[in-house]
Write a protein that binds this ligand. Structure first.
Ligand SMILES: Nc1nc2c(ncn2[C@@H]2O[C@H](COP(=O)(O)OP(=O)(O)OP(=O)(O)O)[C@@H](O)[C@H]2O)c(=O)[nH]1
Length: 620
């Protein structure tokens, strides 16, 4: 409950007008003085003054209002934080003055624009109270939810005090007394020994009274009054006393109720808080009615109606009209009784509507909060599903990447394996085609490759020649100088001959110490010239005597396709016939095939040749 200033009515009299003029003059003078004082106000000082005004706003309203006037009148630039703080205090002042329609938007602007979470929280708490008094209950309970939600994060003690106060107050008003008691107990624990203790105890007394558990002369009441007096909170002390008086009346202890009210009547007047003043009046009226003092009862009931806030229907107003109706009835004033009854019925209906509206708003706010919570939960679930989907997507991408990496690795291995296999194949093929000792083509490869080349040559209508040569008396070299020396001679001779041959010319070892050369595109004369060169190269193979004191020579047989045709076997046979002739003629020479098939036919086979020629010629 926010305190309200007393509404004064100036009588339309000369005296009234005179008082007005004096008041205007004094106000102008004060404003001038304040403006002068404020112009000199420093920014740090302004912060201090804002805090000072804030601290005494409920204990010394007049001073607070004056300070606010000073700060507002000052034409001083304010920081955004100072502007919001001042707006908050202005809203509070408007609410205190009962101008809720001005206070509410100011509070909302502070909540929306301030960067200070504590100030936002305090503005929310005050807004909740103002909305309640303005009967905008649904909004009030909606902001209350916001307040309760932010409570755990709010550590500022003053702000928490306001928040817990608003929460306890609104729950009491919605008939949620257990919740009201809970919030007021929390406030009491947090603010024991401070101003908040008074507010907490007052709210506790209210919850207990409304749930019909208040003992009017119990500790709850006495402790609450003591705490509020200790902190100079006359308004709250008076509210506690009003509940105490209610409880006394409920227990038919009318004298005690009257005594409490009368002995504190002056103090409550000083608060200028119309709600509680009116409450005291109606409770006194009730007490005197019950004690049989009708004039006093009537007097207080009328005062209660007179002091009420304009347009506001309260329990006190309803009770005052009801009492006046009953007094009039007892005094047999039927006309007044009827008039008061009408007012009583109207006020009672309005009050009942107001209570129902509060209760309905509370339920609607609960409903809205539950719906919002469910919506948030649904959104959270949706969010979780989306996150899971994203994670699954990421996993799928990761898995695909792994598969791709694995595939690439397998492909690379296959390529490497194919490459390696191919290389091994080529290596083994080359190995199978080469003569191990001399590294030139072996007999099968020479025969196969030469046959193919000759075939192509024949198809192309080209000419070719064959040179066949055999080392002379090689057996003697082996016998006298050893097989290793023979091997060396074979390698040396081969290497020497290769220097005269081009890579595309076919050179093969077709027997132990017998070699053949196919020369595509050569006629016999060119082949003979080459054979001569080779013969000299063979002779020079051991000229330096590297393998011992012996000479090396070879006999050469040459023929060409013109004489022997393109068939390899025939060419070799003809070249062999020429070679045999060279051996017969004394070795170390080049002989050509004479072109006669009879010569070929007369040439003995190798084995016979060995027997025929082996012993004939000695080694030089
Ligand atoms: N060191 C060595 N000797 C071989 C190799 N292949 C064959 N021979 C030898 O070559 C010799 C060939 O001898 P023969 O056929 O009688 O011919 P030759 O002694 O050269 O006499 P002519 O051909 O008549 O001049 C044999 O003693 C074989 O053992 C080989 O790879 N290395």
């Amino acid at each position: 409950m926010l305190p309200q200033p007393e509404q004064r009515r100036d009588a339309d009299t000369v005296a009234g007008r005179l008082r007005s003029r004096i008041r205007v003059g004094v106000a102008a003078l004060v404003a001038l003085l304040l403006a002068t004082a404020v112009i000199a106000l420093q920014p740090g000082e302004l912060d201090n003054r804002l805090r000072e005004a804030d601290a005494l706003k409920s204990s010394n309203y007049a001073r607070f209002a004056a300070m606010l006037g000073e700060m507002d009148a000052a034409d001083q630039p304010l920081s955004p934080a100072q502007r919001q703080y001042l707006n908050y205090l202005k809203a509070w002042e408007r609410g205190y003055a009962g101008d809720y329609e001005a206070a509410i938007p100011l509070y909302k602007s502070v909540i929306a624009e301030s960067d200070d979470s504590v100030l936002q929280f305090r503005a929310t708490a005050s807004l909740v109270s103002n909305l309640t008094i303005a009967r905008r209950y649904l909004e009030a309970y909606t902001y209350l939810d916001l307040l309760v939600e932010r409570m755990p994060q709010t550590t500022d003690l003053l702000a928490r005090e306001q928040g817990l106060h608003a929460a306890a107050l609104l729950n009491n008003q919605a008939g949620q007394y257990e919740l009201g008691l809970d919030f007021s107990t929390r406030l009491l624990h947090e603010r024991m020994g401070l101003r908040g203790e008074c507010i907490a105890r007052e709210l506790r007394v209210e919850s207990l009274y409304k749930s019909k558990r208040l003992e009017p002369d119990g500790e709850d009441v006495s402790f609450a009054i003591e705490a509020c007096q200790r902190h100079g909170e006359a308004v709250f002390a008076s509210i506690v006393r009003s509940f105490q008086a209610h409880a006394f009346i409920d227990k038919a202890r009318y004298r005690e109720a009257r005594d409490v009210l009368e002995s504190n009547y002056e103090e409550v007047q000083k608060t200028r808080y119309l709600r509680i003043i009116s409450e005291f009046d109606v409770l006194l009226a009730e007490s005197y009615w019950q004690l049989g003092d009708l004039p006093r009862a009537r007097n207080y009931a009328l005062r209660a109606i007179d002091k009420r806030l304009p347009k506001e229907v309260t329990d006190s107003l309803v009770a005052a009209y009801r009492l006046l109706y009953r007094i009039s009835l007892q005094q047999n004033d039927t006309k007044s009784a009827l008039a008061y009854h009408e007012k009583y019925a109207e006020a009672d209906k309005q009050n009942f509507d107001d209570i129902s509206a509060r209760s309905l708003a509370y339920q609607m706010a609960r409903h809205q909060a539950t719906a919002t919570k469910l919506q948030i939960e649904a959104l959270n679930k949706q969010n979780q599903v989306l996150q899971l989907e994203q994670q699954l997507g990421a996993k799928a991408v990761e898995t695909s990447r792994l598969y791709i990496a694995l595939l690439i690795a397998v492909l690379l291995m296959l390529v490497l394996w194919a490459f390696y296999t191919k290389r091994r194949q080529l290596y083994f093929r080359r190995l199978s085609q080469r003569d191990g000792l001399t590294q030139i083509a072996n007999r099968p490869h020479f025969l196969e490759a030469s046959a193919r080349a000759l075939d192509e040559c024949r198809r192309a209508g080209g000419e070719a020649a064959v040179i066949l040569f055999d080392l002379d008396h090689f057996k003697v070299i082996n016998d006298r100088h050893g097989h290793a020396a023979g091997d060396h001679v074979l390698r040396k001779v081969t290497a020497a001959c290769r220097t005269y041959l081009r890579p595309e010319q076919y050179f093969g070892r077709i027997g132990g110490e017998e070699f053949a050369i196919l020369l595509i595109g050569y006629d016999e004369a060119r082949a003979v010239a080459l054979a001569e060169q080779l013969r000299r190269a063979v002779t020079a193979a051991n000229a330096d005597g590297a393998f011992g004191e012996f000479s090396v020579s070879a006999s050469f047989g040459v023929t060409s396709t013109r004489k022997a045709g393109h068939e390899l076997r025939q060419l070799l046979a003809c070249a062999d016939a020429a070679l045999y002739q060279a051996k017969l003629d004394g070795r170390d020479r080049v002989a050509t095939f004479d072109g006669s098939p009879a010569t070929v036919a007369a040439t003995p086979l190798h084995a016979q040749r060995d027997r025929l020629l082996g012993s004939v010629t000695p080694l030089s």
